[in-house]
Design a protein around this ligand. Sequence first.
Ligand code: TRP
Length: 436
Amino acid sequence: MQNLRVLTGITTSGTPHLGNYVGAIRPSVRASRPAGVQSFYFLADYHALVKVGDPVRVQRSTLEIAATWLACGLDPQHVTFYRQSDIAEIPELTWLLSCVTGKGLLNRAHAYKAALDKNNAAGDDPDQGVSVGLFMYPVLMAADILLFNAQQVPVGRDQVQHIEMARDIAVSFNHLYGEHFLLPAAAVEAHVATLPGLDGRKMSKSYDNTIPLFAPREQLRKLILSIVTDSRAPGEPKDTEGSAPFQIYQAFASAPESAALAQAYADGISWGEVKQALFERIERELAPLREVYDELMQEPAHIERVLRDGAEKARASATPFCARLRQAVGLRALERAAPAAPGGKAARLARPAFKQYRQSDGLFYFKLLDAQGRLLLQSAGFATPQAAAAAIAHLQGRGSAALAEMPALQPQPGQSQALASALQELSKAGGHKRFA
Ligand code: TRP
């Protein structure tokens, strides 16, 4: 069985902060380690251009984020770590996908809708400041994912809609051109801590309340001292509930350490002491990583090499896959064009067909489509391809009569007549179409 393919992108639009570390970087680096998982992590610099028009910032952020992930233990030998803009197949696939993506689907994207709503609320032209890049963002993201046939995509909640759109786009493409894409699923970490920022709201660049992950030691201390607290005096018992320094502490400390600090709160520890404890606890984890980070930042040529090697690894599968997709849509060398003849591909397609495929849940499915590609019958998941094939063989052998015996099959409502005739046609012809 093939490894589970996990893929995620990091937009290169800013400097990583503690919230990114706790919420994304640390868990992702851990998740990339087990055997049996094939991880693809990339720097989404094309996506950054949607938000950032400052070339220096895009370059700087790319360097900082790459150095951060490497310093935090991402192993480029084990993980395919690359820069989106080094893979020319990504924008190429974006176009192929654009042509099977309904404009209406993109109209529903949250980020795009939010921009329109904001303009409407301000009484501006709805399209004011809205680039086509923003509108196309979900298609570019679908290309990132589908080009590598990733099954699992770890993202924050705000990105779940984009993964659902990638699925929809994959389904449209598969429907038109055959089963080329696995359908990806979002993996949202259920209990990932969101850290409060300096002002107690969620730590986020857009609130300007962040603590940069690799701020120099003294700056880190100063920032931690500036975290908001209530005005309780030393000696007064304090609430851990809703206390920003406590929440941040918990994200770094063990359970007994957090329990000890909670006790200190109850015993009236001063805010100054709380913040000193927080600083020391964070520093204990980050100081060794910061040392590596600072070294890497002095060696941009080394990072450039790591990313180029990663891109080469990524393109080893992306290039042939993209070539196959070009073939599928008809971007083909002319001398190899085969006229559609009876018994050729076109003739075969103009008949009902079973299609077998594998979903991101690891199970094997099939469906029956009529000659026009309409869905007649959908199977449930089978544990093995052999089991799915056996079910198909049974259907072909017994026709409609087999349906009653096989509760795992779901005929499409209102299609029983079409289904019966399709099965009859297939039982004569044995036209079983199979996809890898
Ligand atoms: N849009 C994602 C974010 O802002 C980053 C991203 C780009 C991504 N391409 C991706 C994430 C593909 C997962 C898969 O967080």
